[in-house]
Design a protein around this ligand. Sequence first.
Ligand code: X8Z
Ligand code: ZN
Length: 606
Amino acid sequence: MKKVIFLACIGILFTGNTRVTGANPDTSVRQEAQTYLDEYTDEYQSLYYASSKAEWEANTHIVPGDPTNAKRVQETNEALSRFTGSAENIRTAQKFLKKKEQITPLQVNQFERILYIAANNPQTVEELVKKRIAAEAAQNENLYGYDFTIGGESVSANDIDEILTEETDLDKRLETWQTSKEVGAVLKDGLVNLRNLRNQTVQALGYDDYFTYQVSDYGMTRQEMTDLMRQMNRELYPLYREIHTFARYELAEKYGVEEVPEMLPAHWLPNRWGQDWASMVEVEGMDLDAALKKKNPEWFPKQAERFYVSLGFEPLPQSFWELSSLYPLPEDADYKKNNHASAWHLNLDDDVRCLQSVVPNSRWYETTHHELGHIYYFIAYSNPEVPLLLREGANRAYHEAVGSLMGLAAMQKPFLDEVGVLPKSAETDEMQALLKEALNYVVFIPWSAGVMTEFENDLYAENLSKDAFNARWWELKREYQGIVPPEPRGEEYCDAASKTHINNDAAQYYDYAMSYLILFQLHDHISRNILNQDPHSVNYYGSKEVGDFLKDILEPGATKDWRKVLRETTGQGLSAKPMVRYFDPLMEYLHKQNEGRTYTLPPLEG
Ligand code: X8Z
Ligand code: ZN
């Protein structure tokens, strides 16, 4: 692992590479560009850090109604926006990009980054940007300051998830599901306002809408991204259709309902959004939840760290442990925190932290591996070769893929045996294990590539009417996931807004869908070509070769084109084939299980 650089060194390091060596005009343009980039970077880092620290406070210490956090977030984000969106910085970046051939490719990348960041906050629409910053902060506070109650008692998001995982009484499930959606109604006006503000700010620098702006980070058009997502859905659809049929019958039996419903009622599923159904199946000999319940919450991040260290990564810095917020707040706390997991790179250098609410279960076991993937990515590209402005993933999906890959690896039987989570044991039914994985990874695709992506595309790019938010949401849920609401959900609700990302990670959810393609491409390559093991039953633990392979991907950050990274590491372009192939054995199995059952999702057309 390379040593992270100190803030004060950045300028020196970057100018050091580009000293003027003669009267060559190209070199002097390069030198001029570098001087500008160094100054920009210094200022950017300091403003970015101040803003991240304010955001961190606002997400870990939420006191509804107390304006302290909002004020600090507003001030620091405004300062950052004023700088990144300043007319002068935009002009300068454009000026250097006109002389592309006279500057280095790395400098070109940085100027493009400066323009990309600027487009989110152009000075020409300063008032809009200010309004958006205030609206974003208020939305987040309303989302995470919200007090969920069941029967008059406050419940946490973890409590809700546990009920939806374990409860078999349908009335209780319904009440819990309804509770989980109430926050959406509170957030509806805020979402309408944010949609308009997000669109208007990026339109000032020439983007059609906010969705198009976010997609452009991949070097793709909106059409290309929605086409890719639709194709991905088509490729996984035949298997999803089998899973959907299977789930309808299995759940009807579990809940003692005689008439199997045509579509899955949302409150039947073990997740608030129906995005992960893994807990529907218990694999004999692999009762992970039972084993994990015995662990302390502190064991989870430590175990995930051990896995990364076993591959040759460094232990996490002490500051990570001191500054992160890893566990739920005590019940008597007089403030709240963001209950969704996230990883933070606060100064784009050595201040890395996680925000989680770990309780001992398999979902948090996997999530902790996911979050540490982000953290190790941050640490890996915080090296002198990577300019601060390019300290990002090869693309955003890569950032999501790494930790999810480690999450997948950490759930496989040989791994669990090795790290002592399960007793070296009993035979397990491999088909059941694969089914459980499909209930997580395959089920996620119609949700991410379908519902979330199509909804946000409509919301931002098609200007979806606010009178149709909920109607469209449930139309998409039905079409892609085959899920229906337990009762009519009118426009007084806004069920989409009960999902974190709709509010504070807008127009980016296709990242996760694409990350699954990359994840299975990487996993396939690692299993077959590095470890020579069956991808269904593989153990990465302790393999320095796997660690080196991952470091080659992580360390360059965004200095390399993501398509090139994929080709260089797996020998392939982006493809759903490895994912489809991984789950192939299930098709036949489920088809047999579903014999005599009625399929209610239509067969694939064409
Ligand atoms: O939001 C996340 C991570 C943080 S980046 C916990 N995920 C998505 C979600 O929860 O909806 C991981 C999988 C999908
Ligand atoms: Zn993530």
